[in-house]
Design a protein around this ligand. Structure first.
Ligand SMILES: [Cu+2]
Length: 854
C-alpha cells in the first residue's frame, strides 16, 4: 500500500525543525501551514507557553492535525541515558545506536498510523530524546513499516542542516530568518568553507563536502545499519565492501582530475595523520562543537575513561588491539576459514564484510573485533585521546559527516586493501570456463557510444551549479507571525549535462534473450599520464548503471539515458519538492525514497582540456543473474519507491538493494572487476608462467559481449548554472563564509548587492525566473529534464584556460552583479587568488582547481 498524500504530510512535517517542540509554531509553507494539536497534558510544563504561542498565530490560516494521547506512555529514561539530549549524536558510538534501536522499536510497535503519529510526536518533543536519535529512529521506522512504505524522506541536509553547514552560515541564516520575508537575503556559500587552496587537499572539498554524497552515506548506513538482525538485509557485508570501494573509486577519479596522487591507505603503524581537518560544524541542538584535527596529529591509543558518552568497550581502544584484529582477519583470508564459537567455517566475501565492518552479523566479534568502527573512533579522537579537554569526537564518528574528512578515504583505502587481499586469493574470471565466465555465447556488443547533448560523441560535460536549500525547515528559529517563510542558502556543486548511451547488441542465437547491461567507468591514465595496468585499473571502476533488457534475435539497439541510472537519485527531494508532489502529483512521477548516489556527482569533474576515461559496457545473461525472490516478499513496485525505469525486476538502486528482497543480481558485487584479470601468455617468456592481461583492450578483446570506449570528461570552469527551483534569482545576497565578508556583500551594503525589488515588481538583473520576494509555489518542472541554461556559454567548446578573467568559474551574469573587487580581490589575477594550480606532473594539461576563492 502506498502512503497517501495526507500521511506523507503528517509525517513529513514532523521532520521540520526537530529541535523545536511541535507547539512552537506551524510547519509547512506559507499558504499551506500545518499545526500539530497535541493534548495539553502531554507537556504540562509548557502548557502556558503553548497557549500563548497559539494565540500569536491566531490570524493565520492553518490546517490542524489532531494528535491523540498514546494509549501507554513509554519510559524513555533508558534511551535518554544511552544518548542524552545534550550529546552530539555519533553513529559509531554503540550507546547512541542502542538508543536509536530502542526508540525505533517503540515506534514500530504502534499498531496503526494514528498510534504511530502520537508516539512519534510524544517522543520527538520529550526531554529524554536527542533530536538526531529521533530523526534516525523515525526515518528508519518509516522505511521499515509496511503501512508507511513509499514515504518520501525530505533531503537530510534540510532536516539537520547543522551536519552540513558551518556555524557561521547557520548564524547568518538565523539573522535572515528573524527579519520579515521581503527583506531577507539569500546566504551564499561559494564552495568549501573548511579550508583554503594552499592546502592541496582542499581542491577536493567540493566532493567531500557535497550535500548529496554525505546524505547518501548517512542514508546507506541507515538502511544497512550495524545492528540489523540477520536476514533483514541480503548480502549486507558484501554491499558494505562494494559500495565503499566504489565511493573510493569515484574519489580517486576526482583526485586525478585535480592533479593529486591516488589515496594512500592510513596504516596503523604510520604514527601521524598528515592531513588536518577543521569541520566548523556545531551541533545546533546542544551548541557543542565537533572535534578538529591538526595536521600531523598523532594516531594514538584512546583512553577516555571518563567519557560517559562512550560505552565501556569504546573508552579504551589501543592500536595494538587493532593490529591484532587485523592480523586475525588476514589469517582468516589466507586460510579461507573463519573461527567461530562453534568451529571453523569457510570465509565468504559477505562474511568478511560483516567481520571487518563489524556489524551485528560478525560471526565472532570477540576474536575478530571491531576494526572498521573502532578505526573511525580512534581517528576521530586524535585531538583529545585521553579526554583531557572534554572534547567531542571529530566528524569521523558519524556517518552524516565522516565523508567530509580527507582521512575517511585513507581509512577506507586501508579497509579496502584488506578486502582486496581476499579477492586476490580467488581465481580470476576467465572468458570461458570456471566460475562466472565472462563470455556469453552468441551475444556480441557491436558498438557503444556516449552522447551528451550539444557536444561531440563520447564526451561528458561537467560544470558547476547553484542550488538553494531552505534552512527554515531545519533551523530552530524563533518563528513569529511575520517571519515565516523560507530562508535560503545557496550552495554551489558539481553537475553534468544529461547524456545517453546507445548500444548495439547482436543476438546470434535463434531465441530472444534477457540481458543484464552493466556500464562502468574508470580513469584511463595515472598520475604520470600512463595507462593504468589492468591489475590496478580494475579497482578504479565504478558503476554508472545496471539494467535488464530484452534481446531479440538479430541486431538490437539499446538507448539508455543518464536519468534512468539505477545507481543515482535526483536532487529533487527538498521539502519544497515534496510539497509540490503532494499537492499536484504527476501521473508518471519518479519516486525515490532517499537512498542512492547523488545524480549530480555521478560523473567525475574531469579537466578543462578533457580527462580520459574508459567506459565499459558489459552484457551478461539475465537469466543467470536473476535471483528468485522469497514468495512472501512484495514486488518492488508495490512499495512506491524507485520507480525509475520500465524494467520489471531491476528497480533496485544498485547501491541500496530492495527492502525485504534479496539483492537482485546473483553475480559477485563489483563483477567482473572485483577480481584480478584473467591471465595470458607472457610474450617475453612464452614458456613461463602466465601473467595477468596487461590492459583493458586486451581484457575486452576476448569477451565479445563486452566493449570498451574511451571518453573524455570536459569541465567547463566558466559555466555556473542556476537550478530552476523556483527561488528568485534576484534576491539580495549575503556571504555564508566569514572569510568572504570583508568584501561588501553584507546585509546593509547597497554597493555589493543588486537593488532589492519592491514586492511584486521585477528585479533588475534577476534573470527570467519568478522575481517576487513573496514565495510563489515553485513551478513543477519535469523531474529530470535537461537543465536549461540561462546565460552560460555553450558547453561544447572547451574554454582555454584564461588569465584574463578575474573570476574564473563565475557566470557572466554573476560577474555582472558582483565585481571581483567586492570581495577583496584585485581586478587583475593575483598569485594567491582563485588559484591556478600548476601541474608539476602533467605540465601539458593545465588544470584549474575548484579554487574560486581568494
Ligand atoms: Cu560508511
Amino acid at each position: 500500500m502506498a502512503v497517501t498524500p495526507e500521511i506523507q504530510q503528517q509525517f513529513m512535517y514532523l521532520f521540520e525543525r526537530v529541535g523545536d517542540p511541535l507547539y512552537f509554531g506551524p510547519r509547512g509553507a506559507v499558504g499551506n501551514l500545518i499545526s500539530y494539536n497535541l493534548p495539553p497534558e502531554l507537556c504540562p510544563e509548557t502548557q502556558h507557553a503553548s497557549t500563548i504561542r497559539k494565540q500569536s498565530f491566531a490570524n493565520l490560516q492553518m490546517r490542524e492535525i489532531r494528535v491523540d494521547r498514546p494509549t501507554t506512555l513509554p519510559n524513555l529514561s533508558g534511551i535518554g541515558t544511552a544518548c542524552p539530549k545534550s550529546a552530539i549524536y555519533n553513529y559509531f558510538n554503540p550507546n547512541h545506536r542502542r538508543a536509536t534501536q530502542e526508540l525505533r522499536q517503540i515506534m514500530l510497535q504502534q499498531p496503526d498510523l494514528r498510534g504511530l503519529l502520537s508516539m512519534a510526536c510524544v517522543c520527538r518533543d520529550s526531554e529524554m530524546i536527542n533530536p538526531k536519535v529521533w530523526i534516525t529512529a523515525f526515518a528508519s521506522c518509516l522505511l521499515t513499516r509496511p503501512d508507511t512504505r513509499g514515504f518520501r524522506m525530505p533531503a537530510i541536509w534540510e532536516v539537520m542542516p547543522d551536519m552540513f553547514f558551518s556555524s557561521f552560515c547557520l548564524k547568518e541564516s538565523i539573522r535572515q530568518g528573524s527579519v520579515p520575508q521581503q527583506d531577507r537575503a539569500v546566504v551564499v556559500i561559494e564552495g568549501s568553507f573548511t579550508g583554503r587552496n594552499n592546502n592541496v587537499e582542499n581542491r577536493l572539498a567540493y566532493f567531500r563536502e557535497d550535500l548529496g554524497i554525505n546524505a547518501h552515506h548517512w542514508h546507506w548506513h541507515l538502511i544497512y545499519t550495524l545492528d540489523a538482525p540477520r536476514g533483514q538485509r541480503d548480502r549486507k557485508g558484501e554491499l558494505f565492501f562494494m559500495m565503499h570501494r566504489e565511493m573510493l573509486a569515484r574519489y580517486e577519479a576526482e583526485r586525478l582530475a585535480n592533479n593529486l596522487t591516488l589515496t594512500k591507505p592510513l596504516k596503523l603503524d604510520e604514527g601521524v595523520i598528515k592531513e588536518g581537518y577543521f569541520p566548523k560544524l556545531t551541533d545546533s541542538n546542544s551548541g557543542q562543537l565537533w572535534g578538529n584535527r591538526q595536521q600531523n596529529s598523532k594516531l594514538s591509543d584512546v583512553n577516555r575513561l571518563d567519557d560517559s558518552n562512550l560505552p565501556q568497550g569504546f573508552r579504551v581502544i589501543t592500536l595494538e588491539m587493532m593490529r591484532r584484529f587485523r592480523g586475525r582477519i588476514l589469517e582468516a583470508i589466507d586460510s579461507g576459514m573463519v573461527i567461530t564459537p562453534t568451529g571453523r567455517v569457510p570465509l565468504t566475501i559477505d562474511m568478511l564484510g560483516d567481520i571487518i565492518e563489524s556489524s551485528s552479523l560478525n560471526p565472532n566479534p570477540q576474536y575478530y573485533g571491531d576494526l572498521h568502527n573502532m578505526g573511525h573512533v580512534i581517528i576521530s579522537a586524535t585531538h583529545d585521546p585521553e579526554f583531557k579537554h572534554s572534547e567531542n569526537l571529530g566528524v569521523m564518528s558519524d556517518t552524516s559527516t565522516a565523508m567530509r574528512d580527507v582521512v575517511f578515504y585513507r581509512w577506507h583505502k586501508y579497509i579496502d586493501d584488506i578486502f582486496d587481499r581476499f579477492k586476490q586469493n580467488l581465481n580470476p574470471y576467465n572468458p570461458t570456463g570456471g566460475e562466472f565466465p565472462l563470455a556469453w555465447e552468441g551475444i556480441q556488443v557491436e558498438s557503444a557510444q556516449l552522447q551528451t547533448k550539444g557536444v561531440q560523441p563520447n564526451v561528458f560535460s561537467t560544470f558547476r551549479m547553484r542550488s538553494n536549500v531552505d534552512l527554515s525547515r531545519g533551523m530552530d528559529f524563533l518563528r513569529i507571525q511575520n517571519n515565516l517563510g523560507p530562508v535560503f542558502v545557496r550552495v554551489v556543486h558539481l553537475n553534468h549535462d544529461p547524456y545517453t548511451f546507445t548500444i548495439s547488441v547482436r543476438n546470434n542465437t535463434n531465441a530472444p534473450r534477457t540481458g543484464t547491461v552493466r556500464i562502468f567507468m574508470a580513469p584511463r591514465l595515472n598520475e604520470h599520464n600512463e595507462q593504468f595496468p589492468m591489475v590496478q585499473q580494475r579497482r578504479l571502476f565504478f558503476q554508472l548503471d545496471k539494467f535488464t533488457t530484452q534481446l531479440s534475435p538479430g541486431v538490437n539497439g539499446i538507448t539508455r539515458r543518464s536519468s534512468e541510472s539505477s545507481v543515482t537519485i535526483p536532487w529533487e527531494q527538498t521539502f519544497r519538492d515534496l510539497e509540490r508532489s503532494v499537492q499536484t502529483p504527476a501521473a508518471n512521477e519518479q519516486t525515490f525514497c532517499g537512498c542512492g548516489w547523488p545524480e549530480h556527482m555521478v560523473i567525475p569533474r574531469g579537466t578543462a582540456t578533457g580527462q580520459l576515461y574508459d567506459v565499459v559496457v558489459f552484457i551478461t545473461d539475465g537469466n543467470e543473474d536473476r535471483v528468485e525472490q522469497p514468495a512472501t516478499s512484495q514486488p518492488a513496485r508495490s512499495n512506491n519507491c524507485r520507480h525509475k525505469n520500465n524494467y520489471s525486476w531491476w528497480d533496485a538502486v544498485s547501491y541500496c538493494g530492495v527492502l525485504d528482497q534479496r539483492y537482485p543480481d546473483r553475480k559477485p558485487m563489483g563483477y567482473p572487476f572485483d577480481r584480478n584479470p584473467y591471465t595470458t601468455v607472457n610474450s617475453n617468456n612464452p614458456n613461463g608462467p602466465q601473467i595477468p592481461v596487461p590492459n583493458l583492450e586486451t581484457y575486452v578483446s576476448r569477451v565479445p559481449n563486452m566493449r570498451a570506449l574511451q571518453v573524455r570528461v570536459v569541465y567547463n570552469q566558466e559555466r555556473v548554472e542556476m537550478r530552476n527551483d523556483g527561488v528568485p534569482t534576484g534576491m539580495r545576497e549575503v556571504n555564508g563564509d566569514p572569510y568572504m565578508n570583508s568584501a561588501g556583500r553584507t546585509a546593509c551594503s547597497p554597493q555589493g548587492n543588486p537593488p532589492r525589488p519592491a514586492p511584486g515588481s521585477t528585479p533588475t538583473g534577476g534573470g527570467t525566473r519568478p522575481s517576487t520576494m513573496e514565495m510563489t509555489p515553485a513551478r513543477p518542472s519535469p523531474p529530470r529534464e535537461p537543465i536549461q541554461s540561462g546565460s552560460s556559454p555553450v558547453p561544447n567548446r572547451v574554454p582555454p584556460p584564461t588569465t584574463q578573467n578575474p573570476r574564473p568559474g563565475w557566470s557572466r551574469q554573476y560577474q555582472h552583479q558582483h565585481r571581483g573587487e567586492q570581495r577583496g580581490h584585485s581586478p587583475s589575477p593575483s598569485p594567491i587568488g582563485w588559484t591556478h594550480i600548476p601541474s608539476p606532473e602533467r605540465p601539458s594539461s593545465p588544470n584549474w582547481g575548484w579554487g574560486w576563492r581568494g
